[in-house]
Write a protein of this length. Structure first.
Length: 131
């Protein structure tokens, strides 16, 4: 379940918690800061899904990610979640394909994938494509 909540505070991007209200009780709920830009919310949701897929056994009662996507899990786990979130929202093969077809404007590619310009700039850099 994904819930947008406005009272997470300006320093919290999102969180994933074990939700005992769900059936089975081992279910999880993702909370995302409703005050954030919708594109940032999409990245936060993908990031929290990545924690579920990659780190479910480490979540315990929950993980809270601050505005810089840092949590008590540590930097290595956060980088893994960020990478998977980027893979979900900006699949490398699709980004490369659009770029090869001449769409080299960071702003246009970001709009195509409905992500922030900064997220796309990071993605292009990771893929070795000039931005």
């Amino acid at each position: 379940m994904i819930i947008k909540r406005g009272n997470l505070g300006p320093r919290i991007a999102g969180m994933i918690i074990r939700d005992r209200r769900l059936s089975p009780p081992s279910g999880f709920t993702i909370y995302v800061n409703a005050e954030d830009n919708p594109r940032r919310q999409r990245f936060t949701i993908a990031h929290e899904i990545a924690h579920y897929v990659l780190h479910r056994d480490l979540i315990g009662d929950g993980i809270t990610d601050d505005a810089l996507y840092r949590s008590p899990l540590g930097e290595w786990y956060e980088r893994q979640a960020n990478k998977m979130a980027a893979d979900i929202l900006m699949p490398p093969q699709l980004v490369r394909s659009l770029y090869a077809q001449g769409m080299t404007s960071v702003t246009k590619i970001a709009a195509e994938f409905d992500v922030s310009v900064e997220a796309m700039r990071i993605r292009l850099d990771e893929l070795g494509l000039p931005s």
